[in-house]
Design a protein. Structure first.
Lengths: 124, 181, 98
């Protein structure tokens, strides 16, 4: 039980830092809200789009091409998750560990090569 | 349901909340249950995805309370950083109704859903209370990240390599499905 | 801390996820409910693993990797359904019903 509290006490710093950050943002935004003049006009609440009047709503259907990029991001995110613990023990594993991770990365790179050959990475 | 969580602690309230980790767990559990109910009842699909973020973050905090540091980071990195993005893309690509919409639920199945969920909860809760009523957690591992690494790269080496093949298969499958021919 | 507080929280999340899978009609929302179920199982694995070594965390890590692959393929299938039928209402997909 004591080890549990010791462990969590280290994370108390993270909690305090988060609280200070939130308090700072709230303080600054609150201060600016109190100090600035408020004259509401419909033109002011328009979405800023490089000075041009916005067309349509913010919710439009995006192209399916973006899905493949998001998917590639997820796959390599998972790959990175497995690389991090390996990196903490790299010296202990030696050459064999390098081969293990090499096979893992190589197999996932085949997916990237497949995506490349199928032309889904091309920005049209 | 929520009361059973606290009743299960089987100690006087003053002792229960003497441990800060228990207070953190209690707040976190209430937030998670509330957000999870919103995920399955919310009529705005984007809001449901954002409530799912609250549940996933709560699971990450639970991992921290359980001293699984690396898994907590993984939870934030993979689930909140990547899978939620994929969900939001899925919502935008299927041109979901962005405002409130009433056709997200099948009202006819609602009694069946509530019945199944309550029955499952009663059975699971009863089994857990009778089996693990007094089991306390004793944390053993000192540095969980290196221990995790040692386990993955020695004992669980074959599953680890199979994961890469599975990710490759999922990637190719999803590209084949999603590509516009 | 008791083991049971985590297990009961996981049981509640699991039940809510089951309710979502049964009641929701939108394919994306069904996948979100499945994520609730997977996370409940992960809490169970880590809570059981806290007493008995690292194996629970390793399994949870693999479950997270499988969940990422599952969401990738699942959403691709939902997108394909949307492209073919202009709707993601999974209650209408009953061609296999005899």
């Amino acid at each position: 039980m004591s080890s549990a509290s010791d462990f969590l006490r280290e994370y108390l710093t993270v909690l305090i830092l988060g609280g200070v950050g939130a308090a700072l943002v709230g303080l600054l935004l609150g201060a600016s809200h109190l100090l600035r003049p408020a004259r509401r006009q419909p033109g002011k609440s328009l979405t800023y789009e490089s000075g041009v009047d916005p067309v349509g709503t913010g919710w439009t259907q995006s192209q399916i091409r973006y899905y493949v990029f998001a998917l590639l991001f997820v796959m390599f995110d998972v790959e990175a998750v497995f690389i991090f613990p390996w990196a903490t023990r790299l010296e202990a594993y030696g050459g064999f560990g390098l081969v293990e991770m090499g096979i893992f990365v190589f197999i996932l790179l085949l997916g990237l090569v497949y995506a490349w050959r199928k032309g889904v990475l091309k920005w049209v | 349901m929520i009361a059973s969580l606290f009743a299960a602690q089987a100690c006087a309230p003053s002792e229960c909340f003497a441990v800060p980790a228990n207070i953190a767990f209690g707040i976190c559990a209430l937030l998670m249950i509330g957000a999870a109910i919103k995920v399955v009842t919310e009529t705005n699909i984007v809001h449901a995805a954002l409530y799912l973020v609250v549940v996933l973050a709560g699971v990450g905090v639970n991992y921290l309370i359980l001293q699984a540091e690396f898994l907590a980071v993984t939870q934030f990195l993979v689930y909140i950083g990547a899978i939620i993005v994929l969900f939001l893309f899925g919502i935008m690509l299927t041109r979901a109704p962005m405002g409130r919409s009433d056709d997200l639920d099948n009202a006819k199945l609602r009694p069946a859903g509530i019945g199944a969920a309550v029955m499952l909860l009663v059975v699971l809760g009863g089994a857990l209370l009778s089996s693990f009523g007094e089991t306390h957690l004793v944390f053993s591992t000192a540095n969980s990240t290196t221990a995790l690494s040692d386990a993955v790269f020695n004992q669980y080496l074959i599953p680890f390599e199979v994961v890469s093949v599975m990710l490759l298969a999922a990637l190719i499958g999803a590209i084949v499905l999603a590509r516009r021919d | 801390m008791l083991l049971n507080q985590f297990l009961l929280l996981a049981a509640i999340l699991f039940s809510i996820g089951v309710y979502g899978v049964i009641v929701r009609r939108n394919g994306v929302l069904v996948l979100m409910s499945i994520e609730l179920i997977l996370n409940a199982v992960n809490i169970n694995l880590v809570a059981f693993g806290a007493n008995s070594g690292i194996a629970g965390q390793v399994f949870a890590l693999f479950v997270i990797a499988v969940a990422a692959a599952e969401v990738g393929v699942g959403l691709a299938i939902v997108l394909l359904i949307y492209r073919n039928r202009r709707s993601v209402d999974i209650d209408q997909l009953d061609e296999l019903k005899g």
